[in-house]
Structure formats: C-alpha cells, structure tokens
Write a protein that binds this ligand. Structure first.
Ligand code: FMN
Length: 210
C-alpha cells in the first residue's frame, strides 16, 4: 500500500514513520537553563551522524501545549551545551516521568528521583544511565517546526562494569541494558542479537552467483 505524504496530515505521517523506523535509540537530553535549573527529556528522533568530527543529532518538535520550542531546544540554543544519556530498562519509568510536558522551572531529575552528577564543565549527567555524552552545539538546523540539534561529542562516560577492555575500546553492549523506542507507547529490549560479519567483494559476488 502506498501512502502519499503530500495528501496526509502531519500526525498521520508521524504515525507511519515512527511505527516503521524502529527501534530508535533514546537520547535522554540534560540541559541547564539560563538560571541554572536542570532540565531533562527523552528524544528518540536521535542518532549518531558522524565519527570525525564526532557528532550526534536529535530533533526537537514544538511543544504540544504552546506550539513553541521545547525547553531542551531553548536551553541548548542559550547555553550551547548538553548531555545525552542513554536509557537503560531499569530507568525506563523514570525516563517516562521526565517526558511529561512540565513548566521550565520544574527540575525533571528531582521530580523523577534521579541522580544528577557533574560532568566536566558541561551540563550534568544522570547517574542511573550507563552511558553519557558531553556535547557542545555544533549546528542547529530548523526543519519546519522542528529544531535539529547537532552536537559535537567532547567526551563520553561509560559505567565501569560495562567496559570490557578500555585500551581496545571494547564495551559490553548487552550489559548496558538499553531500551529502544518503537511506535506508540512501545519500547524494545536489545537482547536478540543477530551476528553477520561483513563480506569482502569476492564473497558477496560468490554468494550472488549461487
Ligand atoms: C521515549 C520518548 C521519545 C521522545 N522523542 C521525542 C523527540 O524525538 N522529539 C520531540 O520533540 N519530543 C520527543 N518526545 C517528547 C518529549 O520528551 C516531551 O515533549 C518533553 O516534555 C520535552 O521536554 P522539554 O520541554 O523539557 O524539552 C519523546 C518522548 C518519549 C517518552
């Protein structure tokens, strides 16, 4: 079945895209506002987009209540710093609390009973998250009512027990216990791994000839 996006309202396009572009990693973005109040919210329009320079991106839509920029986007533009924490299953319910549409003066980490930890000279990180990226604003791109935030990664923190071999940069990914976002209110555990080594051109051609 073909869906022609030109004739579909935005919520329908959203539904079709988020229920097929899955699973999406979740960036739990922590920022400070100009008064120093901490803000945290999950963003699943998120991914790594470059390793050199190391850049990740998330996209913040308009607030459903006001139609204006969400607190995260405003804070990133004002301070140029943010932390991206990845979300483990153990903190899923607390992540969901931080997704509520709350006024800017509410510190979502306090509300959700999460631990705020200092993280270099940037925004804080969430103690319950096993992976955090310290980011500075690389570029912000307006896409309709969305703000695509590109962040240069200055440093990352991985929980010690999840690092298998620091010198070789080997990480115990399953131990991170991360969840991904599906469509609607759905999430997924990353426990069903499929191994598939890359093929040389010769191997690929030999397989195609069979
Ligand atoms: C798992 C999850 C993923 C989300 N992803 C996004 C997203 O990619 N972009 C967005 O604008 N809102 C997203 N939201 C909604 C925001 O988290 C929500 O609007 C939040 O209140 C924004 O907070 P802020 O105003 O403090 O930035 C998501 C919510 C959940 C629960």
């Amino acid at each position: 079945m073909r869906f022609d996006f030109a004739s579909l309202p935005a919520p329908d396009r959203y539904k079709l895209m988020v229920s097929t572009i899955v699973p999406r990693p979740i960036a739990w973005v922590v920022t400070k506002d100009a008064e120093g109040v901490t803000n945290a919210a999950p963003y699943s329009l998120f991914n790594m987009v470059s390793d050199d320079p190391p850049v990740l991106a998330f996209s913040s839509g308009p607030s459903p209540a006001t139609g204006t920029r969400k607190d995260t986007a405003r804070n990133v533009l004002a301070t140029r710093r943010f932390t991206v924490c990845l979300v483990p299953e153990a903190a899923a319910a607390q992540m969901n609390v931080t997704a509520a549409d709350l006024p800017p003066e509410v510190d979502e980490l306090v509300l959700a009973g999460l631990t705020e930890l200092p993280f270099g000279d940037g925004a804080p990180r969430i103690g319950e998250s096993p992976v955090a990226f310290d980011c500075e604003l690389f570029r912000a791109v307006e896409i309709g009512k969305h703000l695509l935030v590109l962040g240069r990664v200055l440093a990352m923190e991985i929980r010690d027990d999840c690092v298998l071999d620091a010198a070789r940069r080997h990480v115990d990914t399953p131990r991170l216990g991360l969840i991904g976002r599906m469509g609607g209110g759905g999430y997924v555990r990353l426990t069903d791994r499929l191994e598939m080594p890359r093929l040389t051109p010769e191997q690929a051609m030999a397989l195609a000839r069979r």
